[in-house]
Design a protein around this ligand. Structure first.
Ligand code: HAM
Length: 460
């Protein structure tokens, strides 16, 4: 017999089969991706709920953009010469399915800012004249070398503030407000010891002057650089600054600093961002080397780092202003600023902090127990048990149902582990419209009328 699944099997070769007692090859999650199991997801949900609540307080609305975008969006938006676009994207030629379609190059999004700005342009969101405050929570994909805090599928919690210049989108107040919101969010989540580093990478003219200075400084030393940096020195010298090549660091450290190439406008803008942060009492450190690895940044750029839990991948989040991105993508003038938190890294940080806190007590928090475990006494009672569980759940109780094949002792063992009470359902109970309830905390066991059962189970 052949099935669809057999199509790819080599002809004439013995296929592994369970019947023959041979091992069937196990399929595992692909490199750099992870399963988040139910003992981990409560923390993820708590983080996301807190982020949503904080975003709502600041007037942000949620945006959901596709995970797949045209490759050109990232090539143009993030920049051809960035590590992300040149090495890390999951890109493929998508073939046409019909005569009306054209084959096209598609990419799993490596970040969401380009997609959000594409959506802003596509839906003419600037035409309202209002400032758009958008947030997103979702997976991103980069083919990086996996290590702690660095995955090929990872989650970001991000936000973007974008609008026509008349909406105040260019104001340094927006930058400071975004940074203040992040400080509040991290505090509310309980992240300790965060450090905000920020810089200004100037406007387009400042960048052009700085690029010329970098090119001039790189020209005499270019031959000593690694091949990647030799290429970048020609095409996009700013990217040389992100290089992690060990041997090139000495040359990189001696290159001109962008702070010396900022024009008056950029300098004043940055000064106002810092003054507003001072007024709010948000601590920061100016880091003149912080240029960030994406090409769309202008003026303010920033990162929050932490010391606990992340090792070398200590950037918890990054962001900045991107005043020319909309035009680069064919849209209207729409200055903007935003950030993305690496949610995986945020979780690792919180877990590491929890481990530190519980060190010495040796306690890991127990998952919450269900209100009831319904145990049918015999398979004939299974259907009635399910019906009872349905009623109790509809009254808002958390309930698990056992199985009539289980011995009483087994039912009690499971119930004691997962629930605060066991509800026994036998022939007698069903006939009398009752149930037997045992509450584990008190050890009390009694028959209860079904009408009052939910109330009894709610008592703690
Ligand atoms: P990014 O710095 O490329 O910026 O990423 C932001 C954050 O995502 C990083 O600080 C890090 O926490 C996390 N992250 C990045 N790559 C990985 C990875 N492979 N595994 C785990 N976490 C990772 C952006 O993506 C910009 N779109 C941020 C932005 C929004 N700028 C303006 N608006």
């Amino acid at each position: 017999m052949t099935s669809g699944n057999d199509k790819g099997a080599p002809q004439g070769e013995a296929r592994p089969s369970r019947a023959a007692g041979l091992q069937v090859k196990q399929i595992k999650a692909i490199r750099g991706t992870r399963d988040l199991l139910p003992d981990q997801t409560p923390l993820w949900n708590r983080v996301e709920a807190t982020a949503r609540a904080v975003f709502a307080r600041y007037g942000f609305g949620e945006i959901r953009t596709p995970v797949i975008e045209a490759t050109e969006l990232f090539a143009r938006g993030v920049g051809e010469e960035t590590d992300i676009v040149s090495k890390e994207m999951f890109t493929w030629e998508d073939r046409a399915r019909a005569a009306s379609e054209k084959p096209q190059s598609l990419t799993l999004r490596p970040e969401s800012t380009a997609g959000v700005v594409r959506a802003y342009i596509e839906h003419k969101m600037g035409e309202t004249g209002a400032l758009q405050k958008l947030y997103y929570i979702g997976p991103q994909f980069r083919r990086e070398r996996p290590q702690r805090g660095r995955y090929r599928q990872f989650w970001q919690i991000g936000a973007e503030v974008i609008g026509p210049p008349s909406s105040g989108s260019e104001s340094p107040l927006r930058d400071a407000e975004v940074l203040e919101m992040l400080a509040s969010l991290l505090d509310e989540l309980g992240v300790r010891g965060w450090r905000l580093e920020l810089n200004s990478v100037g406007n387009a003219e400042d960048r052009a002057r700085y690029n010329t200075a970098l090119r001039d400084a790189l020209a005499p030393v270019k031959a000593k650089l690694c091949p990647d940096n030799q290429r970048r020195a020609e095409t996009n010298p700013l990217r040389v600054l992100d290089s992690k090549d060990e041997q090139d660091q000495e040359i990189i450290n001696g290159l001109p600093k962008i702070a010396d190439y900022l024009g008056d406008d950029s300098r004043e803008h940055f000064h106002q961002v810092l003054s507003a942060l001072d007024a709010c009492g948000v601590p920061y450190h100016v880091n003149p080397r912080l240029v960030r690895g994406l090409d769309y940044y202008t003026r303010t750029t920033f990162e929050f780092t932490v010391q606990t839990g992340l090792g070398t991948q200590n950037a918890l989040l990054g962001g900045g202003r991107y005043d020319g991105l909309s035009e680069m993508l064919g849209g209207p003038k729409a200055p903007g600023i935003g950030f993305a938190i690496g949610e995986d890294r945020l979780i690792l940080t919180l877990q590491a902090q929890e481990d530190l806190d519980s060190a010495g007590t040796g306690k890991t928090p127990e998952p919450p127990k269900l209100d009831a475990y319904v145990a049918p006494l015999g398979v004939e009672r299974n259907a009635a048990a399910l019906a009872l569980a349905r009623e109790l759940r509809r009254e808002g109780l958390t309930v698990e149902v056992g199985d009539g094949t289980f011995k009483l002792r087994k039912s009690f063992e499971i119930a004691d582990r997962v629930a605060r009470a066991i509800v026994l359902l036998g022939e007698d109970e069903i006939a009398a419209s009752e149930a037997t309830v045992k509450t584990f905390a008190t050890g009390e066991q009694r028959r209860v009328a079904r009408a009052g059962l939910a109330d009894v189970l709610r008592q703690r």
